[in-house]
Design a protein around this ligand. Structure first.
Ligand code: HEM
Length: 115
């Protein structure tokens, strides 16, 4: 079971890397480019792997802080909602990319500093 947890953490960290990469992909595409769907895939991966980690906690002998997990969940749903609403627009608002990146960094901070 420990291998399954490590595999989920591995995918969770790759998802984080993907979301950070999306910031640079989006910036490089320019202000006139539509929102990249990678934001949606990255946030879905974070939600799926996070929920799986929490769901398997009794089997993997983990005791996660539920307030911390709840806040991370709200942040990631906010990211996914902002992306879902804006992904079909031809030109996203200028505040959107830095806001999405800020929310990703917020979740990394919560993950690391909330002990
Ligand atoms: C943008 C979204 C997210 C980012 C960037 C993120 C980032 C991280 C990072 C960097 C870690 C490793 C922390 C460490 O080992 O010290 C981590 C661990 C974890 N995350 Fe997330 N996370 C996100 C969303 C979520 C969500 C939505 C959930 C749950 C619903 C979740 C549940 C967890 C759990 C349970 C761990 C601990 C895994 C373990 O070490 O066993 N995360 N996250």
């Amino acid at each position: 079971m420990e291998f399954v947890r490590l595999l989920l953490v591995f995918l969770h960290l790759l998802g984080m890397g993907m979301l950070i990469a999306m910031f640079f992909v989006q910036r490089r595409a320019g202000a006139d480019a539509p929102l990249n769907k990678g934001w949606l895939h990255g946030s879905a991966l974070q939600l799926l792997t996070g929920v799986a980690l929490v769901g398997l906690a009794p089997l993997t002998d983990q005791d996660y802080d539920h307030v911390k997990i709840g806040i991370k969940g709200v942040v990631v749903v906010l990211i996914a909602a902002l992306v879902a609403v804006n992904v079909t627009k031809p030109r996203p608002a200028t505040w959107l990319t830095p806001t999405l990146a800020g929310l990703v960094v917020l979740n990394v901070g919560i993950a690391v500093f909330w002990t």
